[in-house]
Ligand binder design. Sequence first.
Ligand SMILES: [Cu+2]
Length: 113
Amino acid sequence: MFSHSFLAIVLFLMVAGCASSGNSYPPDVPEKGTLVSQDDLAFSPKKLKVRVGEPIYFWNAETSVHNLVFDKRERSPNMEAGDVFVWSFDTPGEYIVTCDYHPQMRLQITVKP
Ligand SMILES: [Cu+2]
């Protein structure tokens, strides 16, 4: 189900010197890209609909370290403040994304063909 998922480009974009930039849109994410931020120990939005192969840009918008756990199977590396991780799904379905460090973080993703 996740066989090609790790082909997704992993971007660790350091927002050096921008610690006070708040929650403005992150650099190097396309303006119309599908963005999920990690902020206040939650995902925003909490529900998302995408298509197969559509890149989802996860952005750690706060100083807490997070990771991404996809249906309890696949994990992103740790994400420091300002990091962006890009992921896409190969198979339609319903997925739950959580964080190892903050079990309350929960994102529901519907992937359509
Ligand atoms: Cu977390």
